[in-house]
Design a binder for this molecule. Structure first.
Ligand code: PRP
Ligand code: URA
Length: 212
């Protein structure tokens, strides 16, 4: 895959270690959920590198010093339901003040087209940096539609975080939304004929919620 300015493939040894755990078909629901959340925390650390900041004065026991902190009310986390829910707590661990919205989407199993079924976003989301999260970026249809929806609501700064991405999906999201920063922890090989990522980890939603 070509390199793009707004596409960040994290490829960190610690993340690679954790991705090996969630790929394993014998990993329990409990451990799958825990590790998805841990990877989200590690990804957020990278994605938070460029967020709005503000200066504040802090009194240490010895003197007053100017410090830089994340700007108040500037971040929203938006999971794409269901699987994106598994990443929310991992991000809130780092930044508990973030507001949380939800976009519900499922892929039609035959056409692979995403269907939206739910949307509830925080008031004032248009002025925040939005971290849209979903563990899987396959064809890219769900992510593209969720980003389009956020833009229609006025969002101007969107970062999309996916744990595993297929090259097809990364290319689609980048070509339809070149302004969106895409963070993928691991770039996989390709999609199979059913639109599943190879080698992938199977159905992320089913594995997080134990539904299959
Ligand atoms: C999965 C995944 C993404 C989507 C990715 O959700 O969590 O939302 O598929 O595929 P795409 O890039 O081809 O659109 P799914 O539709 O299985 O719903 P679920 O999370 O409720 O299981
Ligand atoms: N959704 C998933 O959960 N897994 C895939 O491999 C593709 C889409």
């Amino acid at each position: 895959m070509k390199e793009y300015k707004n596409v960040h493939i994290l490829d960190h040894p610690l993340i690679r270690h954790k991705v090996a755990i969630i790929r394993d078909k014998d990993t329990s629901t409990k451990q799958f959920r825990e590790v998805i959340s841990e990877i989200a925390t590690l990804m957020a650390f990278e994605a938070f590198k460029e967020v709005p900041t503000q200066k504040i004065m802090v009194e240490t026991p010895l003197e007053t010093v100017e410090q830089t902190v994340v700007k108040e009310n500037s971040i929203a986390v938006v999971p794409i339901l269901r699987a994106g829910l598994g990443m929310v707590d991992g991000i809130l661990t780092l930044f508990p003040a973030a507001k949380v919205g939800h976009i519900g989407m499922y892929r039609n199993e035959e056409t692979l087209e995403p269907q939206e079924y739910y949307c509830k976003l925080p008031v004032g989301i248009e002025d925040k940096v939005v971290m849209l999260v979903d563990p899987m970026l396959a064809t890219g249809g769900s992510a593209c539609d969720a980003i389009t929806l956020l833009k229609k609501r006025g969002c101007k700064r969107i970062k999309f975080l996916a744990i595993i991405g297929a090259p097809e999906g990364v290319e689609k999201v980048h070509s339809e939304h070149p302004d969106v920063e895409i963070y993928v922890s691991t770039l996989d090989r390709c999609l199979n004929e059913n639109g599943y990522i190879l080698p992938g980890l199977g159905d992320a939603g089913d594995r997080i919620f134990g539904t299959k």
